[in-house]
Design a protein around this ligand. Structure first.
Ligand SMILES: Cc1cc2nc3c(=O)[nH]c(=O)nc-3n(C[C@H](O)[C@H](O)[C@H](O)COP(=O)(O)OP(=O)(O)OC[C@H]3O[C@@H](n4cnc5c(N)ncnc54)[C@H](O)[C@@H]3O)c2cc1C
Length: 468
């Protein structure tokens, strides 16, 4: 690969995108729409990364990410530009439940990340107990001692303002089940980009939560596409091919000592490179793979269980780490959450059929705990045992018609990400090729973070005007 200058200004600039997950595809789309030539390298045999389909009972659902956060309009705007706005759907507003030791109840409706916006509400006292709810309410009157100069973890702040019970019972089930993160390891700024600042402004964590909830767009806090988020990948792939993007599957861009990327892209002329290869790969490319991110295993079950027609646990269940006797950390009742999935199932198989997805593998779990490294047999058995407890029904193994197990490595913000960005910048300043790193290690986890960040990075490169 040869970095080029503006000498041949007439030809459109050519960019390499390394990684065909949502970050790479989004960046490629942004570049191609601006008239650039784009070559996209994907290591595996399919595009999409953590957005992928799986098929059970003749119905395609999401194997990985299944929704996007609506707290900013970024994803909706992107879907609109792709012409997919009419396929956006909201989940069943019933919401998810929480499993605590000896108690299952709906999650408080007014919270963010499990933090209650009104710690005096009856539903909070019901989950926490009177004494712990009173401790949580101290946040409303206690002096604010945190400052803008600090960057604490979510766990630290919530323990300080509302007490440890709020972390254990309300926050940890969500950060562990949804974000695969321990609240004490999760920087507050990563968990929610505006919550810390809002807490300082309002002088209270609960009032900050309530204010952010009130300011959020009306409607559901997440949305998806009819047919699942995986359909975004097929739609993007089609548009990229129409725009002339060259997509090379099964083509890993090798790691190796610096100047790593250059070795595999040698002989080609690129104006710039977008690195979108996922968290672990980004760290490997840097030559510092670290411990590797945590993993989860998802067991999806197809069941014939009319007793689930009433959606006994709303759209699913988050399990507090302190609950004994349930191996799963979360369950999504897919056919309760998404009307299109229930309709497809009924059309394929008739009434009374359901899809449920159970997640295994908390961060910090080691050894005997069920998770990413467990065998398929062990995970399936655990799911059969957990299902009646998680649904509060007597559904039996004989009612399970089919299942799949999918394993995902989880990324999250990589500690090496900042270092990598700085090295890439330094390399470009020394006259090397411009390389922009995108994806969840740099933007934060989730589509609402990854998509606008990738678009911004692509626009920045276009603005640099490094024409080939
Ligand atoms: C199980 C699960 C559920 C999730 N649920 C949600 C959700 O509901 N909502 C939400 O907003 N977010 C969710 N997320 C997070 C979200 O999916 C991710 O933040 C996002 O998809 C990350 O996209 P990415 O492009 O950065 O990385 P990835 O999706 O990991 O894509 C990286 C791509 O790069 C390729 N690659 C790797 N190395 C190389 C190489 N050397 N050369 C070429 N290609 C390479 C990989 O094969 C892969 O295709 C979930 C994640 C998981 C795993």
């Amino acid at each position: 690969m040869t970095p080029t200058s503006g000498a041949k200004a007439a030809a459109p600039a050519t960019y390499a995108v390394v990684g065909g997950g949502i970050a790479g595809l989004t960046a490629a789309w942004e570049l191609a729409c601006a008239g650039a030539q784009v070559e996209l390298y994907e290591a595996s045999e399919r595009l999409g990364g953590a957005l992928a389909p799986l098929q059970l009972g003749g119905v395609r659902v999401d194997a990985g990410a299944e929704a996007f956060a609506t707290r900013t309009p970024a994803v909706r705007e992107f879907l609109d530009e792709l012409g997919l706005a009419d396929r956006i759907v909201s989940p069943n507003p019933a919401g998810a439940w929480l499993q605590l030791p000896g108690l299952a109840a709906p999650l408080p409706a007014t919270g963010i990340l499990g933090i209650p916006g009104d710690p005096t509400a009856g539903e909070v006292a019901r989950l926490l107990g009177t004494a712990d709810a009173a401790r949580a309410a101290e946040d409303l009157t206690a002096a604010m001692t945190w400052t803008a100069q600090q960057s604490p973890s979510l766990g630290e702040v919530v323990v300080d303002r509302m007490g440890p019970a709020v972390v254990e019972k309300l926050v940890a089930p969500i950060t562990s089940g949804v974000h695969s993160a321990d609240p004490h390891q999760l920087p507050m700024s990563t968990a929610h980009p505006r919550l810390y600042q809002a807490m300082l402004e309002h002088g209270s964590l609960a009032r900050a939560v309530a204010a952010l909830r009130a300011a959020a767009p009306a409607g559901s806090s997440v949305q998806s596409l009819r047919g699942g988020m995986n359909t975004l990948i097929s739609a993007l792939e089609e548009q990229l091919r129409q725009l002339g993007v060259r997509i090379r599957l099964n083509t890993p861009v090798a790691t190796g000592p610096p100047p790593w990327l250059l070795q595999d892209l040698q002989g080609r002329e690129y104006s710039a490179v977008i690195l979108a290869a996922g968290a672990q790969q980004a760290a490997q490319l840097l030559g510092s793979p670290g411990d590797g991110p945590a993993g989860v295993a998802l067991v999806t079950l197809l069941v014939h269980a009319p007793e689930l027609d009433a959606h006994p646990r709303g759209t699913g269940m988050l399990v507090a780490p302190s609950v004994a006797g349930i191996g799963a950390k979360a369950m999504t009742h897919i056919s309760a959450k998404w009307a299109w999935a229930a309709q497809s199932l009924e059309a394929q198989l008739g009434p009374g059929h359901h899809l449920v997805r159970l997640s295994y593998g908390r961060t910090g779990d080691h050894g005997a705990a069920l998770g990413f490294h467990s065998t398929e047999e062990a995970l399936y058995r655990a799911a059969l045992a957990d299902l009646p407890q998680l649904t509060g029904t007597a559904v039996t193994p004989e009612q399970v018609l089919d299942h799949t197990v999918v394993r995902w490595r989880r990324g999250g913000i990589s500690p090496q990400a900042q270092g990598l960005q700085e090295r890439l910048k330094a390399q470009a300043e020394r006259g090397g090729p411009e390389i922009a790193a995108v994806g969840e290690s740099f933007a934060g986890t989730g589509l609402a973070q990854v998509i606008p960040h990738a678009r911004q990075a692509a626009r920045h490169l276009l603005g640099q005007g490094r024409a080939a």
